[in-house]
Structure formats: C-alpha cells, structure tokens
Design a protein around this ligand. Structure first.
Ligand SMILES: C[S@@+](CC[C@H](N)C(=O)[O-])C[C@H]1O[C@@H](n2cnc3c(N)ncnc32)[C@H](O)[C@@H]1O
Length: 282
C-alpha cells in the first residue's frame, strides 16, 4: 500500500493510503473478494462514471457490511440509496435540498432535457426553453421536488427510506443518538464548507466500527482540473485531518475509484494523560 499524500493540518504522520479494489476484502475483513469488472479497472479515472465504475464497489461494500441503518447526504434521483437498499436490509435516511442545488449564477446544478416525457416523475419542476419559432426544449430539474428519490420509489423501496428535505448544513441532528448509523455516504453539496459540515455531523452519528464513505475523492491529477468537485472534496478532507485522525482507525482511497473510505475507531483515542494517570486522570 502506497501513501498518496499526507493530511496537511499539522498531522504529518497521517497519510491516506491507496488500497487496490482487489484488496478491499483484506482491508475490511470481508470474506469475499470483489468481482470487479475489468472494463472499469482499465479505464482512465478521468472518464469515470459513478453509475458504471463506482456502483459495483458501493454494492460490494453494502452487501458485505450489511448496515441496518444507513445515512446518505445528497439523494439526487436516489441511485446511491437504491444500491444500499438492494444490497442490504437497511433502512436509509437520506437528505436533499427540496428545491435543488443552484450554481453561483442561480441556474440549476442538476437538470437535463428529456425526449420521452412519459417517464417523468410526478411533481417534477420543468423549464421550457424556446429554441426557435417552432421548437422548444423541455428541461427538468432532476435534484428538486418530485425528482428527488424517484428511483427508489419506482422500485417500491420507499417503505425503507426516511427522506429528509433541507440544507444539510441546517440539519438538526440533536434528535439522533450518537452512533445511530452503521454506515454513512457523503455525496451532497461538494463545496468545501458543506463537505466539512457533513463530515462533522457524520462522525457524530456513526457508530464505532461503522463505515464513512465520501464520493468524489480522487487523487489523480487528470481528474483534478479547475472547477471540478473533487478538488473541494479533497481540500475538505485535508482540513478535517485532525478530526479524522482522532475519530477513525482507518482511512484509504480505493484504487481505482472516486471513493474515500474510513472506519470509526472502536474506542476513542485516550488523552495523553491517561497513559500517565490511568482512567482517574480524566
Ligand atoms: C452528486 S448528487 C448526489 C448523487 C447521489 N448520492 C447518487 O448516488 O446518485 C448531489 C446531491 O446533493 C444535493 N445537495 C447539494 N447541496 C446540498 C445541501 N447543502 N444539502 C442537502 N443536499 C444538497 C443536490 O441537490 C444533489 O441532489
């Protein structure tokens, strides 16, 4: 395993290793090795697609870890939620902005044109764009209102989902007991401040031994071109270095993927004085 860079906030000893996708079972103590498609393992990371190349890894993690309670930041259409629901018996809590994410200029961050409108979920927000006198294109807001989570509803899996609508930065977690979730997937807003806020909440809500998974973490220089969300995700991880070191017993990037994964410590790190005074020195 190769160290791919040290976390830069005064923890020079903490490095994020890269672990081959084919060694995941050893690192996570799973019995079965992943059956990962060669077409993905040979693909340049700059041409990566979550739905094709990361999905088999996420499915493998959920199938082998079997969370009972899973949390996902950033539902979008519900693709990641479906992976967890199909591979485990978990109930999933997932959070998304009701009105969708906006870019700096106010335009939709997630929207696309549909040729066939039969498959549009109820309650979708649409925008008609006039191309010329005769043609208009219809765009749909795919991370807002009726589109949020439609994939798990269409598969009749909604009975195992608690959908939360709000800005994750404003989400009040005080009604959840610490350590409530077995696994947490962070894939909501990709701006640095949001990733940091989601990470801090996740670490409080994750049980000892639980898995924390970040999407859009990829230390490949061809991926990290200006404006891409991976840059801010990696910056956020760097900034959380001390906290991650305190809370996690393991943290590594899965190679090849856009996935970073950590495991919460089974026991909190003891303060240095406990070594000198024992537990009475609290
Ligand atoms: C990359 S997509 C999520 C993809 C999804 N996890 C999947 O597996 O298909 C990011 C989602 O996060 C949502 N989002 C962005 N900022 C958010 C915030 N501050 N709070 C909650 N949701 C947010 C967006 O609306 C969008 O649906």
């Amino acid at each position: 395993m190769i160290s791919i860079g040290s976390i830069s906030d005064g923890n020079p000893e903490m490095t994020i290793e890269k672990v081959s996708v084919y060694d995941l079972h050893k690192r996570l103590a799973f019995l079965k090795k992943i059956n990962y498609p060669e077409s993905s393992s040979e693909k340049p990371l700059s041409q990566w697609k979550m739905e094709i190349d990361d999905a088999p890894i996420l499915r493998y993690l959920f199938r082998n870890f079997q969370p009972k309670r899973h949390l996902e930041f950033g539902t979008w259409e519900g693709f990641g939620t479906v992976l967890c629901l199909e591979e485990s018996g978990a109930t999933v809590w997932t959070i998304n902005l009701l009105g969708g994410e906006a870019k700096a200029d106010g335009s939709w961050a997630y929207g696309r044109k549909f040729e066939n409108t039969e498959s549009i979920p109820q309650g979708a927000e649409k925008l008609e764009v006039k191309i010329d006198e005769k043609t208009t294109d219809m765009y749909y807001h795919t991370d807002a209102y009726g589109f949020i989570g439609h994939l798990y509803r269409e598969k009749n899996l909604g009975n195992r989902v608690c959908q939360i609508f709000c800005d994750s930065k404003d989400w009040d977690i005080s009604n959840f007991p610490a350590g409530f979730f077995d696994s947490i997937f962070i894939d909501g807003g990709h701006q640095k401040d949001i990733v940091i806020s989601d990470t801090k909440k996740a670490l409080k809500l994750l049980r000892p031994g639980g898995l924390i998974i970040w999407h859009d973490y990829c230390p490949d220089e061809k991926v990290n071109i200006e404006g891409l969300s991976t840059i801010s995700v990696m910056e956020a991880i760097n900034e959380c270095g001390k906290l991650l070191q305190k809370e996690l017993s393991d943290l590594f990037w899965i190679n090849p993927s856009w996935i970073l994964i950590g495991r919460k410590r089974l026991e909190p790190v003891k303060p240095f004085w406990s070594k000198v005074f024992g537990n009475s020195g609290k």
